[in-house]
Design a protein around this ligand. Structure first.
Ligand code: ACM
Length: 262
């Protein structure tokens, strides 16, 4: 299976240009799944709820239609973060789109900082989807600091975590995603954006260094701190099905939930 990411620097509010960039970037790509950034159609740094309202869309909205066309063209699957509108609520969501159509939506459970002003925490749990028989789950950015999130995906059989991000704290997720991969024996594709979003009264700089990690926590591919970067690697997802660390130890079977009660 070929998995990849496309690290870039979406421009706030320029949905059409941001999506167009994915068309250019994926020209000629050969991959089974490519992860794109968190809020990768809209940009991240909202200043008020009105901005969220003006850019949020339903999961089967125009951004989905765009990705579906692209997924069909390249016979691939795409993961992209987007501001989701569902009724009167807004979520920081991620969609998985394949040639067949919309395959899954995840709503970010662990909201970061001012996201709490605009978005509801995710209410779909940590769903697992299948790409050609391989089980995958999605997390969004800050979720990486909560070991329960990856563990719940692993307990449901997820072999790969697909992780659109807009990270602002250098080095943390580059470390935590290696640890999460190792402690759950799963692959991890983290796509982080780079660049500065300067919105006048507020500004944020994102840290790049997207990476793909194997079930031993080893980095298979990574990107620089700045710059557009497409990386695709071949993996054997079956490696994520064996949770043994010694002949007497299995990372999931050795859990002792009865002792973890608070
Ligand atoms: C983040 O969760 N976007 C830092």
């Amino acid at each position: 299976m070929r998995v990849g990411f496309y690290q870039c620097s979406p421009e706030f509010g320029s949905v059409e240009a941001n999506l167009d960039q994915y068309t250019q970037a994926l020209e000629g790509v050969q991959a089974d799944v490519v992860v794109l950034p968190e809020l990768g159609n809209s940009g991240y740094l909202f200043l008020n709820l009105e901005e969220v309202k003006s850019m949020a869309e339903p999961a089967d909205g125009p951004t989905f239609e765009f990705l579906h066309t692209l997924a069909k063209k390249h016979n691939t699957h795409l993961v992209l973060g987007f501001p989701e509108r569902k009724g009167d609520h807004f979520y920081n969501s991620s969609m998985l789109v394949g040639p067949e159509g919309l395959m899954g939506v995840y709503r970010k459970v662990h909201l970061f900082y001012e996201e709490k002003l605009y978005f509801q925490p995710g209410n779909l749990g940590f769903p697992v989807f299948e790409i050609d028989g391989v089980k995958v789950g999605m997390l969004v950015c800050f979720d990486h600091l909560f070991p329960e999130a990856a563990r719940v995906l692993a307990l449901q059989g997820a072999q790969i975590v697909l992780h659109p991000s807009n990270l602002v704290m250098p080095t943390k997720a580059q470390l935590s995603t290696r640890v999460r991969s190792m402690e759950n024996k799963m692959f991890w594709v983290m796509c982080n954006r780079y660049g500065t979003e300067d919105r006048g009264e507020k500004s944020l700089t994102y840290t790049g260094e997207s990476q793909i990690v194997d079930p031993d926590g080893m980095v298979l591919a990574n990107a620089p701190a700045e710059g557009d970067c497409l990386q695709v690697v071949e993996i054997d997802p079956a490696k994520a099905s064996d949770k043994k660390v010694t002949s007497r130890n299995d990372l999931l079977e050795d859990r002792r939930p009865e002792v973890y009660q608070l």
